[in-house]
Design a protein around this ligand. Sequence first.
Ligand SMILES: Nc1ncnc2c1ncn2[C@@H]1O[C@H](COP(=O)(O)OP(=O)(O)OP(=O)(O)O)[C@@H](O)[C@H]1O
Length: 213
Amino acid sequence: MIEFRNITLKVHRQTLLESVSLQIADGDKVVIRGASGCGKSSLLKSAIGAIPLGQGSIRIHSLELSPATVAEIRARIAFIGQEPTLGADQVRDALLLPFNFKAHRGNQPPEKEIIETLGRLHLSTDILDKPSKRISGGEKQRIAIARALLLGKTVFLADEVTSALDPESKAAVMEELFRPGITLLSVSHDPDWIAACNRIIAIENRQLEETSK
Ligand SMILES: Nc1ncnc2c1ncn2[C@@H]1O[C@H](COP(=O)(O)OP(=O)(O)OP(=O)(O)O)[C@@H](O)[C@H]1O
């Protein structure tokens, strides 16, 4: 479960959210809507400790976000931002990067599983040999999703991950992220994505307003 408890978010002295709470159950598919600049991306970023809270607390599976827990929380969550940084020069190295870390060492997936995961996301295996900086924003996001799936992550924070995609790639991404076992907190303007979510929450006047479907 992801829980935002009475949080206030301020960015450069601008208050984006004021004393708001939100509980997301395991398996929920939540989309955040609202005008440009209202704080949708900032809300997602706050859950990985990228924006400090003015007030309140955030818990991911009962673990409260704090300087002491932020690394563990980031290890549990897949954050797919609008322009993910892949962290290595070659796509293959980027995809396998976490498997060099102590927590995942020895768990590197076999080539077959890597290829199969890329295929499910509508990515060809050729991409593995490309420089990370030569792939598109939409491809970077799908590599970041593939990496999270290979790590077995089940909590996804996804910021506009289909806006740059063709219909087939979009359907492929949605098929992966809307599985029952995935908990999804997302930002999207895409009607298909919004329709697939079970909860729609708008940011209005610094508050969260849940609209019934
Ligand atoms: N790094 C930053 N420096 C200065 N201001 C920022 C920064 N990041 C966000 N902001 C400000 O915070 C506000 C909220 O930004 P945020 O990206 O969360 O909005 P959003 O609702 O996701 O917008 P959009 O729909 O346009 O992506 C904006 O007014 C923006 O100007």
